[in-house]
Design a protein around this ligand. Sequence first.
Ligand code: NAD
Length: 500
Amino acid sequence: MRDINHFIDGASFTGASGRFSDVFNPNTGEVQARVQLASAAELDRAVQAAQNAFDGWSSTNPQRRARVMFEFKRLVEANMTELAELLSSEHGKVIADSKGDIQRGLEVIEFACGIPHALKGEYTWGAGPGIDVYSMRQPLGVVSGITPFNFPAMIPMWMFGVAIAVGNTFILKPSERDPSVPVRLAELMMEAGAPAGVLNVVHGDKAAVDAILTHPQVHAISFVGSSDIANYVYQTGATHGKRVQAMGGAKNHGIVLPDADMDQVIKDLSGAAYGSAGERCMALPVVVPVGKQTADILRERMEAEIPTMRVGVSTDDKAHYGPVVTAQHKARVEGWIEKGVQEGAELVVDGRGFSLQGHEKGYFIGPSLFDNVTPDMESYKEEIFGPVLQIVRAGNFEEALSLASKHQYGNGVAIFTQNGRAARDFAARVNVGMVGINVPIPVPVAYHTFGGWKRSAFGDTNQHGMEGVKFWTKVKTVTARWPDSELEHADSSFVIPTMG
Ligand code: NAD
């Protein structure tokens, strides 16, 4: 049995907690490795390594830090195939999708290559008589990222790419379900020239997370995962005086207006609802056709499209999507399908009981389609995170807008229409953080910023882009005066100084 170790201070580190978690191959259902689960003492060891690296790394000039990022990008690209295969073997997504996962993370690294420019502060010459004011962004110290299973390359890079480029040292606590790629990324970061201790990987479960949330030397925490845990991380971290951003779950709606290009909508919906087995926080698991005619056409077209989808092992290059991550998750998704049936939704296509020949123990679920789902149903309110598409019929534009706006989650939303005025109005009014207009998965590019609203994010600063730079730095503002000491002695002033 392969053991997956922590990566601390530039080297593999075997923990002594005696606690492990199985890592499965979702294609076969076999345990392929076991990952160590850290104790608080092991987390502390990583914090001390990161603390020791901080002075040197934070005082390295930004251009040199950027060069490490350039080299890291080159190394990840050179190792793309190996990384994608490793990722697929633990997550279950198809190889092309794993490459996309890595590539979207690399785009944040590309943004981080420009960090000298992004870190330039503000300057005002002559803010008062002989007085200049300038600001600088300084790193926070030892910081941490806690990441989910569904993007084991992209989401760590969202976080450590920016955090390290601005001069922090980092502790990554990846998902225990697919922990190998994060370790490889840390190894490649060392190979790229980051000093030991700048990026550490500590595996674990709640015990490791709690150790991060309460450690006095950890200054900021970025979390991505499910909402209840995001909320817990946000509350606990903040109570312990840390800066916290915590992204949670999602239930993204795709609104289809009657004038939408239906051929394109069916293609977009298929990929966005079922790609990666629906295990994306920016998937489109809910479609809201406006008007009966639109709904009837959409249902008929989706019903015809589903049998053309190929569910296969993650190495099958013709498969549209692979297995879900664990047996437990498969059972959970199938439980939600059952719940939908019990609640009175119409199960048009049932993906349960799907079996892939030769891989009968793999965690496969066929594509499922529900019609006549209503907002009072639990299966609508909650995130399913599987290959299940729910049709919620709306009578008109306002009703569709209100469904997305009132849902407890507000990560992403998409509108499909050829009417620019309607799309513009929708984008302005919808109560959701990321909006696609004829774009089914509106994950913003790396130099913009990623973040949902409502129960999809706790805290107020988004991931990557300039929001990321802000999150991972603190601003210092200097007001300076260089008087000629002979001639310009100022009198004591007992009133608040003004520049007037
Ligand atoms: P998860 O909440 O189970 O796990 C996320 C992290 O929290 C992992 O590192 C895990 O080890 C840790 N964790 C698990 N249980 C914990 C506990 N009780 N206390 C403290 N920490 C704990 O999420 P997941 O299943 O790995 O990922 C899927 C979820 O992530 C979905 O809800 C999805 O929508 C969400 N997600 C959100 C975004 C976003 O940007 N909003 C992006 C990707 C995924």
